[in-house]
Design a protein around this ligand. Structure first.
Ligand SMILES: NC(=O)C1=CN([C@@H]2O[C@H](COP(=O)(O)OP(=O)(O)OC[C@H]3O[C@@H](n4cnc5c(N)ncnc54)[C@H](O)[C@@H]3O)[C@@H](O)[C@H]2O)C=CC1
Ligand SMILES: O=C(O)[C@@H]1CCC=N1
Length: 267
């Protein structure tokens, strides 16, 4: 990464902003003096291991210092973001759900906008981080975006902005879906008399191991379901009951609701 490039993260002390900032520092993609972060409440201890990271309250100051600006506030705070003229023409990477390229461009005064969608696994650098760039973003900037976002896991450019709205529901909110499955499995194990610590370990290890197996196999997850149905053992009995109970419809309705929410305030 160019020694000269300075990245500013508006909301850099929050959940996503700090996950990105710390990943960039820990992976030596940026040095501490290349990072400036803003927060409404001033410095936190998030960057205490990197005293050269500049922490500011004023987003105009951040925009004046930064070459590239990451926007990582909650969607409802977008209307209050003021970077003045300093942001004009600068590359903006917005992590916001529910805010279009057009809205971000209007609020920040730059039409060189990338929309990127992290998820909570950015904290452990296992996020899947899709992004979409507006027309004005040039190829070398696209390469830069890919490199910055890959610090948190895997990043991928998308061909259409509408895909970001969809993926906000699928992958942006995604870590919540296995959490809900884990909760249901845990409650069931406890109801069946398994001690709490053993039940929790069983659920976590099963979901993590099962996910890693799917990743390792790299095939359509439906293949494993079909193979286990054909095996015709205990798993098949459980799968049949869940399939007949329309688990897949419940999941689809949930994703539809999250997708509608991701699209709702778009203009
Ligand atoms: N948390 C998640 O799992 C995901 C979040 N996102 C998106 O990421 C964005 C950030 O979300 P989180 O990090 O979860 O929120 P957060 O609430 O943890 O962090 C936002 C930070 O922005 C700061 N802030 C608010 N207004 C500010 C201003 N005017 N100037 C400077 N800082 C300001 C807040 O004090 C806070 O520290 C949201 O727009 C959300 O839609 C996207 C995918 C997943
Ligand atoms: O729940 C939310 O609105 C944010 C965006 C996607 C995941 N978390």
């Amino acid at each position: 990464m160019s020694q000269k490039m300075v990245l500013g993260i508006v909301g850099g002390h929050g959940w996503m902003g700090r996950s990105l900032g710390i990943a960039l520092l820990e992976r030596n993609i940026l040095s501490a003096d290349q990072l400036v972060v803003s927060s409404r409440s001033g410095a936190s201890d998030a960057y205490c291991n990197w005293p050269d990271v500049r922490c500011v309250r004023d987003n105009r100051e951040l925009a004046a210092l930064a070459d590239v600006i990451v926007l990582s506030v909650r969607p409802q705070d977008l209307a209050g973001i003021d970077i003045g003229d300093a942001g004009k023409g600068k590359l903006i990477i917005s992590l916001l759900a529910m805010a279009s390229v057009k809205q971000v461009a209007h609020q920040l005064g730059s039409d060189r906008v990338v929309r990127a969608m992290p998820n909570a696994a950015a904290k452990i650098r296992r996020a899947w981080f899709p992004w979409f760039a507006a027309e004005g973003v040039n190829p070398s900037e696209r390469q830069l975006v890919q490199e910055l976002l890959e610090s948190c896991g895997m990043a991928r450019e998308l061909p259409a902005e509408r895909d970001i709205d969809y993926l906000t529901a699928l992958s942006g909110a995604g870590p919540a879906w296995p959490a809900l499955l884990a909760k249901a499995m845990l409650e069931h194990a406890q109801t069946n008399g398994i001690p709490d610590d053993i039940a929790l370990e069983a659920v976590m290890q099963t979901l993590v191991g099962g996910s890693q197996l799917l990743e390792h196999l790299g095939s359509d997850p439906g293949d494993m379901v079909e193979r286990l149905i054909n095996y015709d053992g205990t798993t098949a009995k459980g799968l049949s009951e869940m399939i007949n109970g329309r688990l897949s419809d419940v999941v689809k309705h949930g994703l539809d609701a999250a997708h509608r929410a991701a699209c709702s305030p778009r203009k």
